[in-house]
Structures are given as structure tokens and as C-alpha cells.
Design a protein. Structure first.
Length: 195
């Protein structure tokens, strides 16, 4: 019993003394990431405090129910888009390239189409455009945008390994840019260093 209590106390102090272990970024890491964003990710906003997100179901590529919690344990980029949205369509090839480059790194990149018939339309669009790294997630009920509080597309949120929102960007970006990869790797490194 004393050993368990001691481990609990040590763990609590380690978390309190280590902001990223608590899901927050320290000032030095934040400043470094802010600088890395450059023009490519100028609209990316790092949150002052990680935000808990309510559960919302959407469709996985196989048609099963999925939630953002399914991607826990990794820094995860979640892009909400629609096939009818020109800026969304424009950034999809760069998201596909980013996902290909992030394979095997422990960094997840997913896109969730938000519209009636979402998963099928996403699958057809990805096939038409030759996007093979991305998988067709869909949300025909608009549950995810309501849960995370977005009003426009595309919107990208970045989740910590604990599943909390740590960054958000409204609008499109060049996700194939070196800046995008550097920011994701820096976030993964910051959270992995504590884990």
C-alpha cells in the first residue's frame, strides 16, 4: 500500500512539474513551434490550455463507428472537409502527402468528410484524385463539427496523445510543406519526451 501511494505521489509531482506530461506545452516549446509555423501555417493557433473534446461518432473507412478517442496515444491531425468545398479539395493532396510521410512515426493524419453521404463521397473523390495514403472517414450527421465547435470548412484540429485539442486552424494550408511536418514532429517530440 505504501509503495502504491508513494508511486502515486511521485507521478503527481512529475506531472505537475512537467507541463507536457499534463497535456500542456512549456513556454520554450510553444515559442519554438510558433516560430516553425512560418507562412505555411500562419493561421495555426496553439491553445493556451489543452481542451477536452466531447465524444462524437463518425464513420470509419470500413463503416464502423469511430470517435477521436480511437486515435489516443498519438499526436493526431484531424482535418474536417467536404467534397463540395474548393479550399478543402485544394489541400487534400498535401494532406495525403503528409500522411504518407508521417507513416510509422506515431503521428496520425486523418480527414473526416462532413456532408450527406460523406464516407462514400470522400472515397470516390480520393480515388478520382489518386489519394492513396488518406482513408475515407465520414460524418454525414455533422456530429463532429458540432462537438468540436467549428463553423467553417476546412478546419484542422491537432490532438495531444491524451486526446485533447492543442491546436486549431481555420482554413486551408499546404500540409506538404516542411513547416507542417516540423510542427507535427515537434509536438510529438514534446509529448513523447514526457511519456
Amino acid at each position: 500500500m505504501r509503495t502504491s501511494l508513494l508511486a502515486l505521489v511521485i507521478g503527481a509531482f512529475a506531472t505537475l512539474g512537467n507541463p507536457a506530461a499534463a497535456g500542456e506545452l512549456d513556454a520554450e516549446t510553444r515559442a519554438r513551434i510558433e516560430e516553425m509555423r512560418g507562412e505555411a501555417l500562419a493561421k495555426l493557433v496553439l491553445l493556451d490550455e489543452p481542451r477536452e473534446l466531447p465524444a462524437a461518432e463518425f464513420e470509419a473507412p470500413d463503416g464502423a463507428a469511430a470517435t477521436l478517442a480511437d486515435f489516443g496515444g498519438h499526436v493526431t491531425l484531424v482535418n474536417l472537409w467536404a467534397t463540395w468545398c474548393p479550399p478543402c479539395r485544394e489541400e487534400m493532396p498535401s494532406l495525403d502527402a503528409l500522411r504518407r510521410r508521417m507513416e510509422g512515426t506515431g503521428i496520425e493524419v486523418i480527414t473526416v468528410a462532413v456532408q450527406p453521404g460523406a464516407r462514400d463521397k470522400a472515397e470516390a473523390y480520393m480515388a478520382e484524385m489518386g489519394l492513396h495514403a488518406l482513408e475515407p472517414y465520414g460524418d454525414a450527421r455533422n456530429a463532429l463539427p458540432r462537438a468540436v465547435g467549428i463553423l467553417g470548412l476546412p478546419t484542422t484540429i491537432i490532438l495531444s496523445p491524451e486526446g485533447r485539442e492543442i491546436a486549431r486552424m481555420q482554413g486551408d494550408a499546404d500540409w506538404a510543406s516542411p513547416e507542417a511536418e516540423a510542427v507535427l514532429r515537434a509536438l510529438a517530440e514534446a509529448f513523447d519526451a514526457e511519456g
